[in-house]
Design a protein around this ligand. Structure first.
Ligand code: GLU
Length: 504
């Protein structure tokens, strides 16, 4: 077991642009796990500097998903029990739009130090420049036009902007040389500075861009480890240069591998396939999703596959995160989910299943709790996700619809099925309601089969089919006993009657 690192502080820094992508959730989870593994502090910071991309209500939405998933950050925004949003921690505010003064201060300091400069170029000029460079197959980069202007020209532009009531943007001046990232997962990656663009760090509306804001915030929030998706690797040398220019100690970086589809293509950004809330809606349990997502890039290097959040915290090491892309395999998720479903009591599951039954059209109020629990008990071994419950158990709530051919056992005939069902109906009609337990039914029906010298299948198949209308279901005795518990003996007789009718 590796040593704990003192005073670890990590942050999850989402932009409030709508739904929670499973990749973002993984970043949140890994940041949280690493902090908690080291008894450190995990922080949630809202990166809303791009006001155009901001989606109304998405912060509350994000916080709700995090809460549902059981991830509780120590600092930053959170949802109170009444559903309202609040902030905690000493190093806030934890929302970038509330920290604008800091960014302008450090943009000014960078200009002062000669590490940044004003840029007055129009959109048109930048656009033309980009087109020109693209035509020459060069990577589009700012040409330092404004940096290279004479002092007179600079003064003239500054005066013009002032009169027009406009502000120039501020660009970071990439120095000569090269920068090496010492990534905790990817190892050393070196960038030649001539490949890096003089990025805008402060926009004309006074908002910073991501690069400046992220460095200033990570510094003042005393972040020790930045854990984020590998799409941010190319931004990292820029961040390291800003740290250096400001004379600050940089954080450590750990970039997480891509998440891939089973065919190794890059995971889509489309909401339906990748939104955490859609997985929750489909009936994957939060604990199962956490467990599953933890394995998207990490593994414990043991055979163990089922981990609670606490167990993940105990075992999580950045050294066990892979560089290779992590495949998102829904079969694996279903397997993990069914393992969690099986560990829940029928009572707990009923609460979770009710919304899915209702969606399926079951008038749940008409049925008693012990019936719902009995149905759940029978099905929970086979359930891969909660949303399957309607399809699987519809026959417990209303008479099933099915093709007549379903009633005939493969080694038998419809005529034979009719005879068997008729005899069964007589047998069960004569049986006291109190005998409709799994054990008693099994005794009575098996005795009947033995007396008549019948094949088990020729009796049990049509019985089960008549009661469930399903190709596959739990066995006939338990289904019969459960149905009788909820709907009474008469319902059994009725269903056998319908089947006999169908066969006539
Ligand atoms: N706000 C960025 C995002 O939306 C965060 C990137 C980072 O973690 O530095 O993913």
């Amino acid at each position: 077991m590796n040593e704990k690192i003192p005073n670890v502080r990590t942050r999850f820094a989402p932009s409030p642009t709508g739904f929670v992508h499973i990749g973002n959730f993984r970043t949140a989870l890994f940041s949280h796990l690493w902090a908690k593994h080291n008894n450190g502090t995990s922080i949630l910071r809202i990166e809303d500097t791009d006001q155009n991309r901001k989606v109304e209500g998405s912060i509350e939405y994000l916080l709700r998903v995090m809460k549902q998933m059981g991830i509780e950050f120590d600092e930053g925004y959170y949802l109170k029990n009444d559903g309202s949003m609040a902030e905690r921690g000493q190093l806030g505010p934890y929302m970038q739009s509330k920290r604008l003064g800091l960014y302008t201060k450090y943009a000014a300091e960078l200009i002062e130090k000669g590490s940044a400069y004003y840029c007055y170029c129009s959109e048109q000029r930048l656009d033309d420049l980009r087109k020109e460079q693209t035509a020459l197959k060069k990577p589009p980069m700012y040409d330092r036009h404004c940096y290279n202007m004479s002092s007179e020209e600079k003064e003239k532009m500054a005066a013009e902007f002032k009169t027009a009531g406009k502000n120039p943007v501020v660009r970071f001046l990439i120095p000569e040389g090269q920068t090496t990232i010492h990534d905790l997962i990817y190892g050393d990656i070196t960038y030649e500075h001539k490949t890096l663009d003089d990025q805008v760090i402060l926009k004309s509306d006074g908002f910073p861009t991501y690069h400046l804001a992220v460095v200033v915030d990570d510094h003042f929030m005393e972040i020790t480890h930045v854990i984020r998706g590998d799409e941010w690797i190319p931004s990292t040398p820029k961040h390291l240069l800003i740290y250096k220019a400001l004379g600050w100690e940089p954080t450590q970086f750990a970039h997480l591998p891509l998440i891939l589809n089973p065919d190794k293509s890059k995971l889509s950004k489309r909401q339906g396939d990748v939104a955490v809330e859609d997985y929750l809606d489909k009936g994957y349990l939060p604990e199962a999703l956490v467990n599953f997502v933890a394995f998207l890039g990490w593994n414990p290097k043991t055979e163990k596959e089922i981990f609670s959040l606490q167990e993940l915290i105990a075992d999580f090491e950045l050294t066990n995160v892979n560089r290779a892309g992590a495949v998102l395999d829904i079969n694996k998720l279903e397997w993990v989910n069914s393992s969690y479903i099986r560990t829940k009591s029928a009572k707990e599951l009923v609460d979770l299943l009710i919304p899915y039954w209702e969606k399926f059209g079951v008038e749940i109020k008409k049925f008693k709790q012990d019936y719902l629990e009995a149905v759940t008990e029978l099905e929970k071994e086979r359930l891969k996700k909660l949303s399957e419950i309607g399809e699987r158990t519809g026959y417990y709530f209303k008479q099933p619809e099915y093709e007549t051919s379903l009633l005939t056992w493969k080694k038998s005939t419809p005529e034979d099925a009719k005879v068997k069902l008729t005899e069964l109906s007589e047998l069960l009609s004569g049986l006291d309601e109190s005998k409709f337990t799994k054990a008693d039914l099994e005794i009575a029906i098996k005795e009947f089969i033995a007396q008549k010298n019948y094949d088990n299948g020729s009796v049990l198949w049509p019985l089960r089919a008549a009661l469930t209308g399903q190709e596959k279901s739990p066995g006939p005795f338990e289904v019969c006993a459960t149905l009788a518990l909820g709907l009474g003996k008469q319902e059994i007789i009725n269903r056998l009657g319908i089947a006999i009718q169908k066969l006539t």
